[in-house]
Design a protein around this ligand. Sequence first.
Ligand SMILES: Nc1ncnc2c1ncn2[C@@H]1O[C@H](COP(=O)(O)OS(=O)(=O)O)[C@@H](OP(=O)(O)O)[C@H]1O
Ligand SMILES: Nc1ncnc2c1ncn2[C@@H]1O[C@H](COP(=O)(O)OP(=O)(O)O)[C@@H](O)[C@H]1O
Length: 293
Amino acid sequence: MEGLAIRASRPSVFCSIPGLGGDSHRKPPSDGFLKLPASSIPADSRKLVANSTSFHPISAVNVSAQASLTADFPALSETILKEGRNNGKEKAENIVWHESSICRCDRQQLLQQKGCVVWITGLSGSGKSTVACALSKALFERGKLTYTLDGDNVRHGLNRDLTFKAEHRTENIRRIGEVAKLFADVGVICIASLISPYRRDRDACRSLLPDGDFVEVFMDVPLHVCESRDPKGLYKLARAGKIKGFTGIDDPYEAPVNCEVVLKHTGDDESCSPRQMAENIISYLQNKGYLEG
Ligand SMILES: Nc1ncnc2c1ncn2[C@@H]1O[C@H](COP(=O)(O)OS(=O)(=O)O)[C@@H](OP(=O)(O)O)[C@H]1O
Ligand SMILES: Nc1ncnc2c1ncn2[C@@H]1O[C@H](COP(=O)(O)OP(=O)(O)O)[C@@H](O)[C@H]1O
């Protein structure tokens, strides 16, 4: 097949060059190849790509030929080669982004909603799972498709190899962030409810998505309230020293500073009911246009 493969360098950029068939809602891979169909490429494409301020191409070659670093941009090639190792971990090379004929906009049109990630963060016992359930139910009743990724549940499968030490929590959040991004790309309103105690990890998930599509919701519930609920008896065990590194007891929780929605525990039963909290999130989504195609 004729076409162009463009290797995009960091920082990743939006693919929206006029005439190149770009999809303004999708980022190309930050490190890898972006494949464009031959039919959408103007005759002087190589020049256009090479001069583009949106892309930082290091090579543009026919897909039929092996895509490789060229001598055209030696300094960049050097950087990419050095970055080829991710924190000492080996990364796969020669992977090519495959374009689909159905794009995110088509799916959004079909579903009459916009895909996004509602990321619910807070202490254990703050009500994340309860609000996630209330939210998915309320949206379902409005004919909107959601899927919930609950930290506890995902740790039973995809993330069952992870513990609660800091680097494992980071990996837990990274994986859930990547999965949530896929759901959002499908057009689903993906609800992720997990403690996600570190600001940096949540921000990393935010950066995976186009602006606005990551809706961070903070369960602002004091530790003593969470501890008094203690539905699983984990705080009791943590206080007794039987669980080490329990969030809020002997492990940190970094509250969001600039999140989209704060659900504050005031002690008032009505305004703090799970249903009312879910409605607050729905109002936000509605105002931002996520509940229409
Ligand atoms: N050490 C420690 N610290 C915090 N939480 C613990 C711990 N050990 C087990 N649990 C239970 O695991 C649930 C949190 O999993 P998460 O995947 O959401 O955690 S994290 O985001 O990776 O920090 C959490 O569930 P929730 O209560 O629903 O938050 C706890 O029940
Ligand atoms: N808005 C709320 N008001 C009062 N109790 C709540 C509320 N939300 C959750 N709960 C109760 O608090 C406990 C913890 O809720 P849960 O959703 O499991 O929290 P998390 O997922 O953050 O650990 C449960 O017993 C639940 O019934």
